[in-house]
Design a protein around this ligand. Structure first.
Ligand SMILES: Cc1cc2nc3c(=O)[nH]c(=O)nc-3n(C[C@H](O)[C@H](O)[C@H](O)COP(=O)(O)OP(=O)(O)OC[C@H]3O[C@@H](n4cnc5c(N)ncnc54)[C@H](O)[C@@H]3O)c2cc1C
Length: 507
């Protein structure tokens, strides 16, 4: 890299890597540091949901992730020796990934590191951020490297330094919330059991939760809670004992197991932006691993930040777009913390509460509500940002751009160029020519926007999206629909790129 870095990214976990990739893809020089001497060999996250896979697919990582992962097709809730509900992922619509991918976090990070390095980035392991000050023009960062301390200046600093964030601490930003009283133990390794390997199994009992999930290579993650005050000596033995007590089907841990012990918290930073310093991922919000949301949410924080930050670095956007990012992602983080908290508390219920929970879950499965509402939310596909009330067919401002087949490709493949996207729908064949003319004029006027004419109403994409009238749809580089307009209104069409700035906060 010849240019001196404009952005310091602290932390080379998944969120720091995605931030670095998304900035490099837009030509912004990045310095990525991590205080560890080498990549983390442990695996926390295993579930990658469709929206997370889609985010990483924009730079071609999906194939390698699938090669290293295994597909999970359903989630089962058991209580009192019987299955009370089953959530099937196959019903997820308008995505080419209607499932969760089980892939150890170290593998996801490995794929992301390769993408980052392939873009010309460098990761400085063994370098810690120890302090910083900021003024109106930049950030002065104190870094502790293998060769001693150094002070360097950057335009922006992004803290992706995890739950115990140094960046957040130095800013003095409150990290509000609480911790669950239970301890959690996990083992990753071979298991003898008849439980389906390509599904998630939750066994809820008054003694605590047991979760069993298939991992690549025929292995399983077995994960249990330990009641407050209960002691244990050997993590593997404690997991085995809890599994035997809580699961009606035999489960036997066999062979080598990687063990982990952790506490679970629900906390959100009061602010994700403080001047020229931003917080993303676990540095900004942490939650229970229920539903596998943390890494997925962090990836989306990074993706929705980086295109805006790149625009600010290039002088295309004013820095208020970063406040809009903060408002959007604070809303999502609070919602995810709430969802995962409800699920974690649901795991731990006993007595009449547990009976009521089981009845509600059963009714939710029978009515289809679990598959219709809960699964798309867990897959993060139904998350939408508040935006003006504009819609056409199934498309509305603020939502994630659905993925549908488009003449041998997929609609969301059009996002791989890192640019904002203008989709032009002719509605019916009779407007095809006029819409083609709009596309040509727009391409000439706005070279930085990718313009795609969706084939006319006979095409599958029109039918699946229900767009019947001519429509111009502006899509942000992170795949969120920014605006829907009349394509023949010259003034509005000319204004479309600026609309990338107008989406406003929350979920
Ligand atoms: C048991 C468990 C299971 C989970 N399962 C899932 C799941 O299935 N799906 C899911 O989406 N999420 C899951 N999560 C959550 C997920 O692991 C986290 O959300 C994710 O790791 C957050 O990534 P991050 O990059 O923000 O932070 P981290 O992964 O914590 O990375 C932070 C990096 O910053 C570095 N760093 C820290 N301080 C400094 C400093 N001062 N200077 C330089 N570098 C620094 C650290 O060395 C580290 O490499 C799980 C978590 C746990 C504990």
């Amino acid at each position: 890299m010849t240019e001196s870095p404009k952005v310091l990214v602290v932390g080379a976990g998944p969120v720091g890597l995605v931030t670095g990739i998304e900035l490099l893809r837009r030509g912004v020089a990045v310095r990525l540091v991590d205080r560890s001497e080498r990549p983390n060999p442990h695996s926390k996250a295993i579930a990658l949901w469709p929206r997370g896979i889609e985010a990483l697919a924009r730079y071609g990582a999906a194939e390698e992730l699938h090669r290293r992962g295994v597909v999970l097709r359903a989630q089962n809730y058991h209580s009192q020796g019987r299955r009370v509900a089953r959530l099937a992922f196959g019903g997820l619509r308008r995505t080419r990934y209607p499932y969760a991918l089980s892939i150890p976090q170290r593998e996801t990070e490995g794929v992301l590191r390769d993408v980052f390095l392939g873009l010309g980035g460098a990761i400085e392991f063994g370098t810690s951020l120890t302090g910083f000050t900021q003024d109106g023009n930049g950030v002065e960062a104190a870094l502790e490297t293998g060769d001693g301390p150094r002070t360097e200046r950057f335009d922006w600093l992004v803290g992706c330094d995890g739950a115990h964030s140094t960046v957040r601490d130095i800013l003095g930003v409150p990290f509000r919330g609480s911790s669950y009283p239970q301890q959690f133990l996990l083992t990753d390794g071979p298991v003898r059991t008849s439980l389906a390997h390509d599904e998630v199994h939750y066994f809820m009992s008054p003694a605590g939760i047991l979760v069993v999930v298939g991992l690549p290579g025929g292995l399983y993650r077995t994960f249990v809670s330990v009641a407050p005050g209960r002691s244990w000596e050997d993590a593997r033995e404690a997991v085995q004992q809890a599994a035997s007590e809580r699961c009606p089907v035999p489960i036997e841990l066999v062979g080598e197991q990687q063990t982990g012990v952790f506490r679970v918290h629900r906390k959100t930073a009061d602010r994700f932006r403080s001047g020229r310093v931003l917080l993303a991922g676990d540095a900004a919000h942490i939650h229970s691993p229920a539903g596998g949301q943390g890494l997925n949410t962090g990836i989306e924080d990074a993706a929705s930040l980086a295109w805006r930050l790149a625009g600010v670095c290039e002088g295309r956007y004013g820095d208020r777009v970063l406040d809009q990012w903060e408002a959007e992602r604070l809303g999502v983080a609070r919602a995810v913390v709430g969802d995962t908290d409800r699920q974690t508390r649901m795991w731990m219920m006993s007595g009449w509460r547990a009976r009521a929970r089981d009845a509600v879950l059963g009714a939710g499965e029978r009515s289809g509500a679990l598959n219709r509402v809960v699964v798309p939310r867990q897959a993060q596909l139904s998350f939408a940002y508040p935006a003006p009330r504009e819609r056409a067919g199934r498309l509305r401002a603020g939502m994630r751009l659905p993925d549908v087949p488009l003449g041998g490709r997929w609609l969301r493949d059009e996002l791989s160029s890192a640019a904002p996207l203008l989709l032009l729908f002719p509605g019916t064949g009779k407007h095809r020519k006029e819409v083609g003319g709009v596309a040509e004029r727009f391409r000439k006027a706005h070279e930085d926007v990718r313009v795609v004419v969706v084939p006319d109403a006979a095409d599958k994409a029109h039918a699946l999206l229900g767009v019947k009238r001519p429509c111009a749809v502006l899509v942000r580089p992170d795949g969120a629909v920014a605006a829907l307009r009349d394509p023949f209104d010259d003034e509005l069409t000319a204004a479309l790129p600026a609309l990338a700035e107008t989406a406003t906060g929350g979920r």
